[in-house]
Design a binder for this molecule. Structure first.
Ligand SMILES: [Zn+2]
Ligand SMILES: [Zn+2]
Ligand SMILES: [Zn+2]
Length: 306
């Protein structure tokens, strides 16, 4: 009786439920099945960490991972020994550094592949071309385009730096007494091999953003992929029938609404409507359209004096 009571009291004060029973077989099976990768070790609810990690318990290593399909956390005794060894995964067909699954994640993440691995393998995936800012169509690329266009249209750099960039674009000789190149390099608008300087694609995007006309257009949000944080929109002033892929977060941040409330909304944005490719459309100054009030008229009534 006393023992039962003691047990009950202990239950009440035990705090959070204990971790699931260590299950080596489950984790190993997941790896073999290709459902767990470095990219999948995230959101440990206990330690609030987003990286793969092991906890040292007395005399054993405990490894925590999340099953990407079920979302369930799995804990297991470290099955690989003290050193974490990357499990065999299908390699990415286009880069030498990552698994196919990692690049799939990195491509649609502004953090690139680098943002989804443990610190110990940073160096291996740091230059991954599949998710790089310089690779057209990646989330990092889209974010950089927005950044360059906002920079050019909202707070352009001093004319001296712009002149140097234009001279670089033209491939002419120049001098840089004011040291603008260092700054252009930091902005990733210019690059050097120590012998000569070149303008980057991002630098060219900055210049084209200065020159291209931008218009206000209505934008209809068709859908938002909550996992990759990508929005599919229709830029009404550009083309009614062509979907445009864009990052969802800049929209959400601009209008102050959560991602899941964006689909079905009409918004206003400044857009380079002259672009031929939907990927080259860059939306800035995104806002909710002005409220239609009682004094709104879309057509001037007959008889009203000019
Ligand atoms: Zn790759
Ligand atoms: Zn790679
Ligand atoms: Zn990669």
């Amino acid at each position: 009786m006393l023992a039962a009571l003691y047990g009950r009291v202990r239950e009440l004060f035990a705090g959070p439920a204990p971790a699931p029973v260590p299950n080596e077989a489950a984790l190993t099976a997941l790896w073999l099945d290709g459902r767990a990768d470095l990219a999948d070790f995230d959101d440990c609810p206990r330690e609030h960490r987003r990286t793969p990690h092991c906890g040292r318990l007395p005399s054993l290593l405990l490894l925590r991972a999340r099953d990407t399909r079920t979302g369930l956390m799995i804990e297991t005794h470290e099955p690989f020994g003290a050193e974490y060894v990357r499990p065999t995964q299908a390699p990415c067909p286009t880069c030498p550094c990552c698994s196919a699954r990692l690049c799939e994640t990195g491509r649609t993440s502004v953090m690139q592949c680098l943002g989804h691995v443990a610190v110990s393998v940073y160096a291996d995936v740091a230059g991954c071309p599949c998710s790089a800012e310089t690779t057209r169509g990646t989330h990092a690329w889209r974010a950089a385009q927005i950044q360059a266009v906002k920079h050019a249209t909202e707070s352009p750099m001093p004319i001296g730096a712009e002149t140097i960039l234009r001279v670089l674009a033209g491939g002419h000789a120049f001098e840089d007494p004011a040291g603008h190149l260092t700054w252009l390099h930091a902005r990733r608008y210019a690059t050097t091999d120590r012998e000569s300087w070149r303008i980057t694609m991002l630098g060219r995007r900055y210049l084209s953003a200065l020159d291209e006309p931008r218009y206000t257009s209505a934008v209809y949000v068709k859908s938002v992929d909550l996992e990759t944080r990508t929005a599919t929109v229709v830029v009404i002033g550009w083309h009614m029938d062509i979907d445009v892929t864009t990052l969802a977060d800049p929209i959400s941040n601009s209008v102050g609404l959560p991602l899941d409330s964006l689909p079905g909304r009409y918004l206003d944005a400044r857009v380079n409507l002259g672009a031929a490719d939907p990927d080259d459309l860059v939306l800035t100054r995104i806002q909710l359209p002005a409220q239609i009030t009682a004094d709104y008229v879309s057509v001037r009534p007959i008889g009203v004096a000019r």
